[in-house]
Design a protein around this ligand. Structure first.
Ligand SMILES: C[S@@+](CC[C@H](N)C(=O)[O-])C[C@H]1O[C@@H](n2cnc3c(N)ncnc32)[C@H](O)[C@@H]1O
Length: 253
């Protein structure tokens, strides 16, 4: 939906310029003015469509930056190369609206301290990126099995290379929503606000009673965490911990 709105806004900006050119209003205008009119038209359309504010800035900058880049004389192959590279890193972000960013060392330490009190089991990182959470945990807790599911090819490949030789680390490529979470004592998520409703529904439907969902930074809507771990890092990370109730008590929730 946001992408469709963005496309509509850009097309509306182009249609505005085309209309004004046809009417003769911009017939002698320099290129930069055509671009400015397109950008303002696209931005105004995005506002009317209710796009989030950061899209307004993107629309204002999009065609001006295209014009600028066109004047730099960079060979087209570089743009294609960069596009392919970014696609392999961000893959389905346009659909999932979960970009790649990594759990930091302090958060890994906080999760490790929390795990240290628990009997060994399996931990799943949904959207494991380059396994910045799983690789250090797998080294510290040899009795645990750490599983990561990641959809984007390049982070997945990097995780496999960086984690090679770690026997208790299993990395899979795919969609974590397509996998059953019932085998895991802990599910760790560091995603975005967008999928959290679905993540909560799946966790509470599939995970065993007594297991835990830990969400880095993004709380589940309409559910109260059993515990919030405050991490002493610069971004003041909060880990929202939800203990999954037994199946009997779950029905009433
Ligand atoms: C914010 S990163 C977190 C990476 C890692 N968990 C960490 O803490 O460092 C979220 C990752 O989730 C991946 N992702 C988002 N939706 C996904 C899905 N449905 N299935 C698999 N991976 C997904 C993205 O590609 C991205 O790499």
């Amino acid at each position: 939906m946001p992408l469709l709105k963005a496309l509509c806004a850009q097309l509306a900006g182009l249609a505005l310029v085309y209309g004004l050119l046809q009417a003769g209003s911009l017939a002698t205008a320099p290129a930069w003015m055509l671009v400015a009119v397109q950008a303002v038209g696209a931005c105004a359309t995005a506002m009317m469509l209710g796009s989030e504010r950061w899209w307004w800035l993107i629309h204002l900058m999009f065609t001006p930056l295209l014009l600028l880049a066109g004047q730099l004389g960079i060979a087209p192959g570089w743009y294609l190369g960069l596009f392919i590279l970014l696609s392999l890193v961000y893959w389905s972000t346009f659909r999932t609206r979960v970009p790649l960013f990594l759990s930091n060392r302090a958060t890994v330490d906080a999760v490790a301290a929390w795990l240290a009190d628990r009997p060994a089991g399996q931990l799943l990182d949904i959207g494991s990126g380059i396994a910045s959470m799983l690789r250090p945990l797998a080294r510290r807790f040899p009795g645990w099995c750490f599983v990561g599911i990641e959809s984007a090819p390049l982070p997945h490949l990097a995780a496999r290379l960086l984690g090679r030789g770690q026997e208790n680390l299993r990395l899979q490529r795919g969609d974590f929503f397509a996998r059953d979470w019932g085998d895991f004592a802990v599910v760790y998520a560091f995603l975005s606000p967008v999928p959290m409703q679905r993540v909560g529904e799946k966790a509470f439907a599939e995970m065993r009673g007594g297991s835990t969902l830990i969400s880095n930074s993004f709380a589940l809507p309409e559910r109260t965490p059993d515990r919030i771990i405050e991490v002493a890092d610069r971004r003041r990370t909060r880990l929202y911990c939800y203990t999954i109730p037994s199946r009997k008590t779950r029905k009433g929730r």
